[in-house]
Design a protein around this ligand. Structure first.
Ligand code: 1GP
Length: 251
């Protein structure tokens, strides 16, 4: 029997019709103290989980960062790794991301093979996630770093086919990603098309900077909204709290 407590909680929430807000903390953007304070504030305002990672990290304190976050909050701290070097034994789980919108074998299986023995050694819970980049107005870090092309934003049917393939391959979640700091967010038509053909949870992130954008994604069928960059803007913490409360109360 598979022991997957974080995934089980995500599925349980979905079955109850609850939506969730996750906050991405990029270790390059925060000191450990700032991150712990932001994490506490997130938890107090109804955020369900924290993601930690980035497409390219300039700092090497992920392990320490995750350790302190786990001590600061009770909500899960989930790795969102840009590659197999961003692992920590202190995490609650990790998104085992396959970049299925691209055709780069490194992001489809190469990094997974490198990470697998470490995941096992650390006893981490991997959550197999079909990660799909969506064209968002400009080249994003993840697009550049992964050397892949995003899905065309005006082609929801192509996104739906990718998501269905991920579900058939046994993946546990879909992540529709416009990219951190994206100019344009994932179009609602695309979320609806994906929702209409998969049952697994759908995460949507990239460029969500206000409550209206978050609500648009929820109305289209997203189960989980991710915000990150917002926290770097002035007044961002307040907006993050507003989104968290709105998602918590969504029905
Ligand atoms: C990036 O989807 C996340 O991977 C969050 O994006 O930083 O634009 O909120 P933002």
């Amino acid at each position: 029997m598979i022991n997957a407590p974080v995934r089980s909680k995500i599925i349980e929430a979905k079955q109850k019709g609850q939506r969730a807000h996750w906050v991405l903390l990029d270790p390059d953007d925060f000191t450990i103290e700032q991150a712990a304070a932001t994490a506490r504030s997130s938890e107090e305002n109804g955020v369900s989980a924290l993601l930690v990672g980035g497409s390219l990290l300039h700092t090497n304190h992920t392990d320490e960062f995750v350790k302190h976050l786990r001590e600061a909050v009770d909500i899960p701290v989930i790795l969102f790794p840009g590659d197999s070097t961003q692992l920590s034994k202190h995490a609650s789980a990790l998104l085992y991301l396959s970049l299925i919108s691209g055709r780069n074998p490194v992001n489809l299986i190469g990094e997974h093979v490198k990470a697998a023995p470490i995941i096992r050694q650390y006893g981490l819970e991997p959550i197999a996630t079909g990660y799909m980049l969506v064209e968002s107005g400009a080249v994003t870090s993840v697009e550049f770093m992964s050397d892949t092309r995003p899905l065309p934003r005006g082609k929801p049917g192509i996104a739906a086919a990718h998501a269905l393939a991920a579900q058939y391959l046994g993946m546990h979640m879909i992540y529709l990603e416009a990219g951190s700091g994206a100019t344009l967010t994932v179009p609602p038509e695309m979320i609806k098309a994906v929702r209409s053909c998969v049952d697994i949870p759908i995460i949507v992130g990239g460029g969500i900077r206000d409550k209206a954008a978050a609500l648009e994604k929820l109305d289209a069928g997203a189960d989980i909204i991710v915000t990150g960059n917002l926290l770097q803007s002035s007044g961002g913490l307040e907006v993050m709290k507003e989104i968290a409360q709105c998602v918590r109360g969504y029905s």
